[in-house]
Design a protein. Sequence first.
Lengths: 110, 111
Amino acid sequence: QKEVEQNSGPLSVPEGAIASLNCTYSDRGSQSFFWYRQYSGKSPELIMSIYSNGDKEDGRFTAQLNKASQYVSLLIRDSQPSDSATYLCAVRTSYDKVIFGPGTSLSVIP
Amino acid sequence: DVKVTQSSRYLVKRTGEKVFLECVQDMDHENMFWYRQDPGLGLRLIYFSYDVKMKEKGDIPEGYSVSREKKERFSLILESASTNQTSMYLCASSSGLDEQYFGPGTRLTVT
């Protein structure tokens, strides 16, 4: 079992819709969770961090964490073509290592 | 804003050459990382450093070495470049063990 898993996609959503990106992790003692956005040919850019169960909102982005289910998600409301990118989930494990998932490719169709 | 810079955006080297990739951060971060990113394999950690002159192997250190003589600078060295080291190399830095900030990346081609 991989430590951090994401659907590779591509996930296609129409402009204006909600995009839902999911991530599961295997280490139950993981402490911190991050979402990065990576445009094609560019480096990852941190967009959200979440540390406790529940929702955290930042503009059009909402991160959701459920430690009991070992699940973290990213919702993007009112998706725009400029949101088309690969989204990487990263988890800080109980042994203080940050593990990146393989990423989900998102395409927002105008 | 955190700024992480890398010495080259694109680099082409020949098999057997010694290659130096440089990374500099301006936020006084104690931790620095080198990753490579390949299609289908995601981000893989090569080495990291948590202090000057300190280094730890990551998941794929074979064929690489690192140097951290100053807090702001972390160098990745390919002792004898091989074609299977053709990749995107990403440097990152962090304060503590959480959010990492990435440089623009170096796309290295070994021919």
